[in-house]
Write a protein that binds this ligand. Structure first.
Ligand SMILES: C[S@@+](CC[C@H](N)C(=O)[O-])C[C@H]1O[C@@H](n2cnc3c(N)ncnc32)[C@H](O)[C@@H]1O
Length: 206
């Protein structure tokens, strides 16, 4: 059965086309594809239970999709996981975020733990054209939030957050211990200094 919010992710499912698109970064060398416990993800992102307002979309939820399953087990309605490696099950979309469009004012909560932002950072450090594509998708994702909705992600994206209109989006930063950042992001710590690694939430204000 379709859950609330499921129709809000438009595109097609199915397995990713290997190597077809350089921005389709699943399995890209140098990027760790580890998965984390729901407790760790919620703590690192600074998400309190009261902040989990549906509809919720977990971008890059992983093959085990432990956070989505955890939230679904808590009988939270309207929790969707998106990942080309997502389980083949109700409540999941097997696709890349680049294959889909995200209609405006749809989601109350977007979550992307060590997924969208990690790949965006990777592109920012290596490829201007791929980074531009991520920047475009990032803004589309922010606009897909309902007013008052929040996008929680880690690691933070200082180079793009600084360009957001503060009247439209409020950025909140939360320090993250460097030990919990995958190796691919550590060169960012070298670039930005030890205080540069953080988890972010962006709230849409209008
Ligand atoms: C480091 S894992 C993190 C998984 C999960 N968020 C967690 O914290 O346990 C990154 C995830 O991003 C997914 N991913 C990579 N590129 C993606 C894309 N273009 N669209 C959707 N998901 C993607 C990978 O398949 C992988 O499951």
């Amino acid at each position: 059965m379709e859950k609330p919010g499921e129709r809000a992710v438009r595109g097609h499912g199915g397995a990713p086309a290997p190597g077809a698109d350089p921005a389709d970064d699943v399995g890209q060398p140098g990027l760790v594809c580890a998965e984390y416990t729901p407790e760790l993800q919620l703590e690192l992102l600074g998400i309190e239970p009261s902040m989990l307002e549906p509809p919720i979309l977990d971008l890059g939820c992983g093959a085990a999709a432990s956070l989505v399953r955890h939230l679904q087990q808590r009988e939270l309605r309207g929790v969707i996981g998106l990942d080309p490696r997502a389980p083949v099950a109700c409540g999941f979309v097997r696709a890349s975020w680049f294959e889909l469009s995200f209609p405006s004012s749809t989601w109350r909560t977007l979550i992307a733990h060590q997924s969208f932002a990690l790949h965006f950072l990777h592109a920012h450090l290596r490829s201007e054209s791929v980074a531009a594509r991520f920047a475009h998708k990032y803004l589309e994702l922010l606009r897909s939030l309902q007013v008052g909705g929040r996008f929680f992600y880690a690691p933070g994206l200082p180079f793009v957050e600084e360009h957001l209109d503060p009247g439209a989006f409020r950025v909140t930063r939360r320090p993250v211990p460097v030990a919990s950042i995958p190796p691919a992001a550590l060169d960012l710590a070298a670039l930005y200094g030890p205080d540069g690694i953080y988890a972010a939430s962006v709230e849409r204000l209008r």
